[in-house]
Design a protein around this ligand. Structure first.
Ligand code: PNW
Length: 479
């Protein structure tokens, strides 16, 4: 066990996102995002809630920084609310200095506390005005140009920030926002959920536009800011580890690989290899956009590091016959049990999440092999707990299930670093505190810190919060 280690310059900390924690949606001139309007629609959020107050972090930056310090966090990954900085979002729309000043101060306060900021430019809260003006993420010309302008405003205002992330999880924005309709803006072919949307085409267009917008922002950073400020920039991708349902069936083995291609390589292949995966082109044909030469040049080679969000694993069973037009998995199904009675992991509060730490090591190796052993920052990892929200507070604070999840996942990552040559250099636990868990509202808690929503958003660190500092201290090599 003591043979496991992480590199001496390894950084760890906690992660959050603006809409999930900030609240104060009208303060200091902030404009509405697609999540504000989505939450107002009936039956979109499980508990009928929204980010109106959330954890009130907009008004508690000092308290949040003190919490990070107390827990030993060396770095903090958070996102900016685009509509605080440019309330309407567009490149010809006014900049809101009050919103920008808020983040400049926050960054300076973090640095003064010795905490390294990792900034996500967009964690799903697209300006609502851009959605209404030209279809938001669906617009291949306008959206990348507006995003690139917003990115430039942020780079310019915060030269002291050396770690930038363009987008969080384009898979979720595309598939959950434009195929399943479970996330904003809620478009889908399912007419019980939405009057508008086409699940067979829109998610692939949105994914393409996010890649191009990412590429545009990276080009600006590298040409206009990196030479003087230094610093790095990348996109964050999510994806599960996979195992074949029947390891002796070559079709299940292939399907398990194809599931990762449809989730991760959809974005990572264009970035590292310059083209969409062959498996996706084969299934989707011309529903998957084709890169123009200009677009390809923007996207290919556009990551300074690999940003990895990872939570779970699945067994994968291939499907026979033609996939449905709205299929986004790659003509396969996922299961919790394998043919031989294997169980992927214990249930949590999140239907899609079951802990399986060996999968973390396996996926780190898979990614490293396919993309040439890039530097990896794990930008999210964590778990909910079945029934946690219904427990008395004393019991919530004793979150041994979460503590064990972190212990096993961090050790699996250290194993990949020590034994497999994986170049992992940073880790962020999701999340610093319980927060607005999107379509699940506040019923699902992912925090290492309990937030008492009924008593002024007061924060109470859970047991898991105090486990990470000694754990990383035992693994990170001393100079
Ligand atoms: C991530 N899935 O979302 C997000 O980046 C966070 O904002 C979120 O709070 C966290 O994970 C926990 O959910 C995901 O259905 C949401 O596979 C859904 C899925 C994956 C990631």
């Amino acid at each position: 066990m003591s043979a496991l280690s992480l590199p001496s310059d390894f950084k760890w900390g906690f992660a959050t996102a603006a809409y999930q924690i900030e609240g104060s949606i009208d303060k200091d001139g902030r404009g509405p995002s697609i999540w504000d309007t989505f939450c107002e629609r009936p039956k979109k959020i499980a508990d009928g809630s929204s980010g109106v107050t959330a954890c009130d972090s907009y008004n508690r930056t000092t308290e949040d920084i003190a919490l990070l310090k107390e827990l030993g966090s060396q770095a903090y990954r958070f996102s900016l609310s685009w509509t605080r900085i440019i309330p309407k979002g567009g490149r010809n729309d006014p900049i809101n200095q009050a919103g920008l000043d808020h983040y400049i101060k926050f960054v300076n306060d973090l640095l003064a506390a010795g905490i390294t900021p990792f900034i996500t430019l967009l964690h799903w809260d697209v300006p609502d005005e851009l959605d209404k003006r030209y279809g938001g993420l669906l617009n291949r010309e306008e959206f990348p140009l507006d995003f690139a302008h917003y990115a430039r405003v942020c780079f310019q205002a915060m030269p002291q920030v050396k770690n930038w992330i363009t987008f969080n999880e384009p898979w979720c924005s595309s598939i959950l926002g434009y195929s399943v309709g479970q996330f904003a803006p809620g478009r889908t072919s399912n007419r019980e959920k939405s009057d508008v949307g086409d699940s067979s085409t829109e998610p692939w267009i949105v994914g393409h536009n996010l890649l191009v917008a990412h590429g545009r922002a990276v080009k600006i950073y590298r040409e206009e800011f990196k030479p003087t400020n230094g610093g790095e920039i990348a996109i964050v991708l999510n994806g599960d580890a996979t195992y074949p349902w029947d390891p002796t069936d070559p079709k299940d083995v292939e399907a398990a690989n194809r599931k990762i291609e449809f989730a991760i390589s959809w974005f990572a292949d264009p970035i590292y290899l310059g083209e969409y995966p062959a498996s996706m082109r084969k299934q989707l044909g011309d529903r998957l956009p084709t890169f123009t030469d200009e677009e390809r040049a923007l996207v290919h080679g556009s990551n300074d590091f690999y940003g990895m969000n990872h939570y779970t694993a699945d067994f994968v069973k291939h499907k026979e016959g033609e996939p449905a037009p709205e299929d986004f998995l790659g003509n396969l199904e996922t299961t919790f049990y394998s043919k031989n009675g294997g169980n992927i992991g214990q249930v949590t509060q999140s239907p899609w999440l079951r802990p399986c730490a060996p999968g973390f090591r396996d996926l780190l190796v898979w990614l490293s092999k396919r993309y040439g052993y890039p530097k990896i920052y794990v930008t999210e990892n964590g778990t909910s707990i079945k029934g946690e929200n219904d427990m008395p507070m004393e019991q919530i604070l004793e979150d041994d299930f979460r503590l064990q999840y972190y212990d096993e996942y961090v050790k699996a990552m250290a194993t990949a670093s020590t034994l497999d040559g994986v170049n992992v250099r940073g880790y962020f636990a999701w999340s610093l505190m319980d927060n607005f868990e999107w379509a699940e509202g506040y019923e699902t808690r992912f925090g290492v810190t309990y937030v008492d929503y009924n008593n002024g958003q007061k924060r109470y660190p859970k047991k898991s919060a105090r486990h990470l500092a000694p754990l990383f201290d035992s693994l990170i090599k001393k100079e």
